[in-house]
Design a protein. Sequence first.
Length: 140
Amino acid sequence: MDDYTPIVLNDEERARIGRRANQGLIRALVAQASMAFFAIVLSGLVGGTNAAVSAFAGAAAYFVPNALFALRLLAGFLGPMKSGPMSFFWGEAFKLSTAILILGLVAWKGEEWLVWPAFLFGLLCVLKGYVLLLAFRKLP
């Protein structure tokens, strides 16, 4: 059996890790917002106003709950409300259930104006926003 020694971080190292985590959260939100903007503009150019609104609804269905969850995590880093494993678990549950609720509500109420391909395109672009981070990642 291997012996191991736990890693002990000092305050400076913890602060540096916290800053990098915060920057990563903000970058992910910016990438998702950029992809949402791309989906809305492209859908509007190709399919008109209803397609742009549908892409907006699809993008917002995931972006809004994700942004709220990210803000809660940032508040845990920056403020007195610390984020632990249970807050992360409940935040993920909130994010996913809210996204499902928004998707269902739009599908139910948007019969007259909803353009399904644009709606799914907006959703997919936000879900795959991390691709921008991979594409423009600075190499060391």
